[in-house]
Design a protein around this ligand. Structure first.
Ligand SMILES: Cc1cc2nc3c(=O)[nH]c(=O)nc-3n(C[C@H](O)[C@H](O)[C@H](O)COP(=O)(O)OP(=O)(O)OC[C@H]3O[C@@H](n4cnc5c(N)ncnc54)[C@H](O)[C@@H]3O)c2cc1C
Length: 410
């Protein structure tokens, strides 16, 4: 039986797995974690809106009803393209006839001095929990010291969808949490500053939606700094290019998406941004039996533009690569990838979101917010997680935001 190895159990890897299961193929799904993470809601874990278990789903549970698929926890460390084997950090080796690379993306700090050392990112569950711990540790410290300094200022760098969602959720959190849990603290002390280098937020959306997002955030107490470049980050705060320094103990970096540096060691062709170079059928250039899909791949959208690093392109590329593998195994040819754009959305907070749908239709306010909630609920893995998220959101809405405000660990 032909062996297919899929590395990465995210949107792309799972879509590939789903298309290949029950197809008479021996599929091995490899991931460094034993769960799949729903990244679009990580910011809600970071701001105590959801529990970590709500956005993570055990891979083995997903595979229970999938015929011909096994799971191997491990970290990809190398590919022996001559022997058709992958190597894992723990020394394991797995042979393949076809390999699908779906390891996703990570944070790109663009070599800004001190950013990697002093900023928090929210790409993994661990990172989201680290932010939650830091937020509440700073609140507790301020409450115990009766702090009147700037240590409660949070800076979010990057005004794309993740930065906007994070800043909006932080603003809501401090307002609600301070009223109920920390009445002695003054919400004005906990400034939330969103920094964007361009002249508008949500650059991937149309300018009117950017304007709406900016106004909504400002109305919720977020200080929006546009046309502002970060020159460096230190343990004490953020140095701006214009000479100003923002005192802050919590800086969140949501300014860039990159590919893990160690993937360069795999020896495959990469674009300048690290994404693997693929042909129209998503095969890595120069290799007939290696596909790259999702965020880690540089699939072409058109006119030299790469596919956006979003859930839909990941799902669609994962399925397309798997269809090609099925076809090749049946003596057929590969399928070229064509992206079906279903639109994009971002939420700002309670009753406020933006959505830009196919055909140019734009939504804002409660309608967009409800659409955002419904879409995320439908896309989540597992009935239990969906119910839990629905319950958390309903509770959140009624109780004005009393989520899991716990500090975990030491
Ligand atoms: C905070 C945040 C918010 C987002 N919000 C949205 C949104 O609202 N809408 C939207 O469309 N998109 C959103 N995205 C982007 C979207 O989540 C990604 O585009 C999507 O997850 C990409 O899917 P993927 O399968 O390529 O990678 P991922 O989902 O990242 O999955 C990659 C998998 O590979 C595994 N892996 C990585 N390296 C290795 C290795 N060396 N060995 C083994 N396994 C490995 C990882 O553990 C992971 O499970 C958001 C992303 C983030 C970080």
């Amino acid at each position: 039986m032909a062996k297919v190895v899929i590395v990465g159990a995210g949107f792309a890897g799972l879509a590939a797995m789903s298309t290949l299961s029950d197809a008479g193929v021996d599929v091995t799904l490899v991931d460094r974690h034993n769960f799949a993470t729903f990244q679009p809601l990580l910011y809600q874990v970071a701001t105590a809106g959801l529990n970590p278990g709500d956005v993570a789903f055990p891979v083995r549970t997903l595979l229970r009803k999938r015929k011909g698929v096994t799971f191997r926890q491990g970290i990809l460390s190398g590919i022996d393209t001559a022997a058709n084997e992958i190597a894992l950090v723990d020394g394991g080796r797995i042979p393949y006839d076809y390999l699908v690379l779906a390891m996703g993306a990570t944070t790109n700090f663009f070599n800004v001095p001190g950013a990697e050392e002093n900023c928090h990112a929210i790409y993994t569950l661990d990172e989201a929990l680290a932010v939650r711990n830091k937020v509440f540790s700073l609140f507790e410290r301020a409450a115990s010291r009766g702090s009147r300094d700037n240590t409660l200022t949070t800076v979010v760098i990057g005004g794309g969808a993740t930065g906007v969602e994070m800043a909006g959720a932080l603003a809501e959190l401090k307002l609600r949490a301070f009223r109920t849990d920390y009445p002695a603290l003054d919400p004005a002390q906990a400034r939330v500053i969103l920094i964007e280098a361009q002249d508008r937020l949500l650059g991937a959306f149309s300018p009117e939606l950017s304007k709406y997002a900016s106004a909504e955030l400002k109305g919720r107490g977020v200080e929006v700094y546009l046309n502002t470049t970060v020159e460096g980050v230190t343990p004490e705060g953020v140095q701006l290019k214009d000479g100003n320094f923002i005192d802050s103990r919590l800086v969140i970096w949501s300014a860039g998406v990159g590919v893990a540096k160690q993937f360069a060691e795999l020896g495959l062709p990469q674009h300048r941004n690290g994404r693997f170079e693929v042909g129209e059928d998503l095969r890595v250039k120069g290799y007939d039996n290696i596909f790259a899909v999702g965020d880690v791949a540089g699939g072409i959208l058109g006119e030299g533009q790469l596919l956006p690093q979003l859930a839909q392109p990941a799902i669609q590329t994962g399925s397309c690569a798997a269809e090609s593998i099925k076809s090749l195994l049946n003596g057929g040819i590969t399928k070229n990838f064509h992206y079906k754009d279903k639109g994009t959305m971002a939420t700002i907070g309670r009753n406020a979101a933006v959505a830009e749908l196919t055909g140019g239709m734009k939504l804002t306010g409660t309608t967009a917010w409800v659409a955002w909630l419904a879409l995320h609920l439908m896309t989540l893995l597992g009935v239990r997680n969906r119910l839990s998220v629905l319950l958390n959101w309903s509770w959140h809405y009624i109780s004005w935001g009393r989520g899991p405000r716990v500090i975990l660990g030491g």
